[in-house]
Design a protein around this ligand. Sequence first.
Ligand code: HEC
Length: 186
Amino acid sequence: MKRLFLLVLGFAALMAEGAEDPRRAQSAEIAARFQKVLGERLMSAMVADGPVAAIGVCRHEAPEVAARLSAETGTKVARTALRVRNPDNAPDAGECAVLKTFERDLKAGVKSSPEHFEVAADGSARYLKAILTQPACLSCHGAVLAPEVKAAIARHYPNDQATGFAVGDLRGAFVIEWPASGGEHP
Ligand code: HEC
């Protein structure tokens, strides 16, 4: 009896850590879809029309794709970063702490892109997946921007903090939030 109790307690602890929570894998899938769609749109716009026009993809399509994925999955899908271009993407205190952990892990040489999953006491959950800077990001997030790109970004984002990144740097994270009632899944 006592052993059963301990077993149940152990399982509850595991669940609290999110070790067995199906939402972790589902979150990873949602983040991967977001990344794939955005990457494809961005690359085709860059090739077809150049970086100034492609700014429109990031500006309009990123929030649209996030909204569509949110509606489809019953989650809240977003992007955040320690240094943001759009202040709407600024992290809350919890996200900020996770991003700093990601940055530390990357500096310490963690090879794969870090992720984090947590379940709150009310059953809601949050997943973050690191977004690393790639060569294709540098024309808009690198240390040196073409003057016309710089001007277009400054026009839309006067408080832009999202430049000066190098390949491999933590650019930000995908965030997938599950509501407290999110036990049932699509
Ligand atoms: C054509 C220019 C352009 C390119 C190329 C580009 N971005 Fe962005 N990025 C933007 C703009 C503009 C925003 C602001 C979007 C918004 O208003 O939500 C942004 C926002 C972001 C954000 C959300 C956080 C923030 O700063 O507001 C992340 C994360 C991000 N970009 C990552 C990347 C990554 C990773 C790449 C390369 C794969 C990339 N970007 C390539 C222009 C670009």
